[in-house]
Structure formats: C-alpha cells, structure tokens
Design a protein around this ligand. Structure first.
Ligand SMILES: Cc1cn([C@H]2C[C@H](OP(=O)(O)O)[C@@H](CO)O2)c(=O)[nH]c1=O
Ligand SMILES: [Mg+2]
Length: 189
C-alpha cells in the first residue's frame, strides 16, 4: 500500500532542557563551585536565561526519553562559546542515545530554517531568519517555563511521560487532512 507523504512525520527534538538535564547540571555545578553562595532552586527558576536570574539574585545529566517517533532528529544550538560544547554534545548523544542518533544530530544557531513537522523545545520563544517555520513548536515543560500561560493553539509536552504519541498522531492526522483537502480543491471538487 502506498503511504501518503503527509502521513510521514519529521520531529525535531531539542537537547538541553529536553533530553539533557541542563538546569539540574548548572545548579549542581554552581553548588559545587560556590558552596554557601545564594542560588536559585529549580522550583524558583523563571525565564529561559538562568544567567539573568542569577545576576538579579546577586543584585547584579540526563533524562533521555524513550523515542520511537517516525523520523526523529535532535536539533540543538551550540553555545556562543562553542569550543567545548560541540564535542560535548556529540559525545553526549553517542553515549546516551547511541551512534545511530549521532547521524541525526543537527547543530544550528537558527532552528527556524530547519524543516520539520514538530519541534519539541523548552525555549518559550524561538526566533530566527524564517518568520514562519514549517514546524509547530511544542513547548517542553522545564522549571524555567512551567509558569507561562500559552496562547491557544500552542501546545505543551509536560515531560516524556506525557502523551507525546497523542501529539505526534494528531499532527499526522492534521497533515493528512490538509493533503486531502488540497487534492480535492486541486481536482475542482
Ligand atoms: C545560556 C543558556 C543556554 N541553554 C542551552 C540552549 C541551547 O541548547 P539546546 O538548543 O539543546 O536547548 C544551548 C545554546 O544556547 O544552551 C539553556 O538551556 N539555558 C541557558 O540559559
Ligand atoms: Mg533547550
């Protein structure tokens, strides 16, 4: 049976804050390096930039999810100070997800130009050169974004225990419906 292209789904999965416990790692590192210093508990984190919140305070790992989606790529941005982080990201993916996923690792400073159906990402606002990215952004809940109220129709994935299959399947259904509608209107029906 021929499979329509609309039923094939490409999902981009962010790395820090979604697959890797970025916030927990930063806090553990901070506590080890600056014992006794004021710090921000994960329950108190607000806003994407931890650095900003620490600045204000001073007056100034891992949780790989079970992924068996249609076509999954890891889509991650390197830090501006990229010397170590690029190698570390590749090593992390190989260690926790295996060599097959190394081939599916996309490092980009601009996720809006990557083409996919879904992007699961903990950053609340994702901007770039493409004003209308092809993907729907699914906000992955993280300590820094859990208090944000999303405007309809934006959707969240609370954790990997949440219903990611439901999100993937609803996207697939909507793609198939769009394709059917397009072919009906193209045929003058
Ligand atoms: C500075 C900063 C970076 N990051 C992550 C996001 C990017 O990875 P990712 O795209 O995998 O989420 C990377 C570069 O900014 O570091 C945070 O998650 N929080 C921060 O405060
Ligand atoms: Mg992230």
């Amino acid at each position: 049976m021929a499979v329509s292209t609309a039923s094939r789904l490409r999902v981009l999965v962010d790395m820090d804050g979604v697959l890797a416990d970025f916030e927990g790692g930063v806090l553990r590192h901070f506590l080890a390096r600056y014992p006794g210093e004021p710090h921000v508990e994960l329950a108190e984190r607000r806003g994407f930039s931890g650095r900003g919140q620490y600045r204000r305070l001073r007056g100034a790992g891992s949780q790989p999810g079970a992924l068996w989606l249609t076509e999954v790529f890891i889509c991650t941005s390197p830090l501006m100070k990229y010397e170590h982080c690029i190698l570390e990201k590749y090593s992390w993916v190989e260690k926790y997800l295996g060599p097959k996923f190394v081939e599916r690792l996309i490092l980009t400073g601009d996720k809006t130009v990557v083409s996919a159906d879904l992007l699961v990402d903990d950053k609340d606002t994702i901007k770039g050169a493409e004003p209308k990215p092809s993907w729907e952004h699914i906000l992955f809940t993280c300590c820094h974004n859990k208090h944000l109220e999303l405007q309809t129709p934006r959707r969240r994935l609370q954790s990997w225990a949440d219903d990611w299959r439901g999100i993937v399947e609803s996207k697939r259904r909507s793609n198939v419906e769009k394709e059917c509608y397009a072919s009906l209107t193209a045929n003058g029906n």
